[in-house]
Design a protein around this ligand. Sequence first.
Ligand SMILES: Cc1cc2nc3c(=O)[nH]c(=O)nc-3n(C[C@H](O)[C@H](O)[C@H](O)COP(=O)(O)OP(=O)(O)OC[C@H]3O[C@@H](n4cnc5c(N)ncnc54)[C@H](O)[C@@H]3O)c2cc1C
Length: 282
Amino acid sequence: MVDVRVPSSLDEVFRLLREEPSARLFAGGTDVMVRSFPDTLRRGPFLCLERVEELRGVNESATEVRIGAATRLSELIASPLVADRFPLLREAARHIGAPAVRNMGTLGGNVCTASPAGDTLPPLYILDADVELRSLTGQRRMPISAFITGPGLTQLEEGEVLCAVVIGKAQGFNFHHFEKVGQRKAMAISIASLAFAARTGGDGTVVKARCAFGSVAPTVFTSRVLDDTFSGKTLDRDVLERAAAIIREGVDPISDIRASMEYRRQVAANLIMRLEGAGKDR
Ligand SMILES: Cc1cc2nc3c(=O)[nH]c(=O)nc-3n(C[C@H](O)[C@H](O)[C@H](O)COP(=O)(O)OP(=O)(O)OC[C@H]3O[C@@H](n4cnc5c(N)ncnc54)[C@H](O)[C@@H]3O)c2cc1C
């Protein structure tokens, strides 16, 4: 039998963590239950976060949007605030798994799994999202790019809970693009993904651009040099070919059952070429 506790408040979570410091947290369980089965399941106890109201929902202050860690991916997709402020994040979440996975899986779970293929991660890097962590002894906040330290690795310490992902409202992008290449159109872990956001003028000249790739490096691949390539330019073939060369040089993919290293490198470069002519007022 598996020992699962289902607290209904953060206070109760921390009380249970004090009693059982080795308890394993989960929210939707779509990563934990798959990866742990069957060995870790015997160990327990598990702490389920799905009924902790403080960890759910999308709220805004004057300057930031706070997305509770246990907010389900389907709730995130349905949020008018996310659709209005962060269409890139919404689009990426729409590409995760299938409806059943999105109805169980949470944003916090996707972040804490820290998979190089985690689909919400490239947009969160572009949006300079912070994570808010709490434990019995205090609270801390850090950029997601500092929180994720490697494939499956984060700064989360024992007894700590990811409470929210916090994103500044003032992003200033008017063009957004997310594309994921997998072995099929749905229910596929990405071979490579691209999140791209830019502020462009009416003629398509880029004022500022941010690019982030999933599945082509141990963590999300970003590059200041790459972002700067677009500044003051339109997204024409010359600029994109220069960007593609930087991407081929900069990414550090692995070969696995889904794709070879060489294929991933080429797909990442090809993804940027798909932006040709984009970003102009229609
Ligand atoms: C069939 C299938 C298809 C999938 N397809 C995709 C896909 O296309 N793209 C993709 O990115 N992912 C995919 N996934 C992976 C998974 O669904 C997502 O990563 C999802 O967001 C995980 O959320 P969860 O709440 O289920 O995580 P859980 O399994 O509950 O937890 C995942 C990890 O995060 C930790 N954790 C969760 N919440 C917290 C918290 N608040 N504080 C501290 N630690 C926490 C857990 O301890 C665990 O280590 C798929 C999974 C399945 C089973």
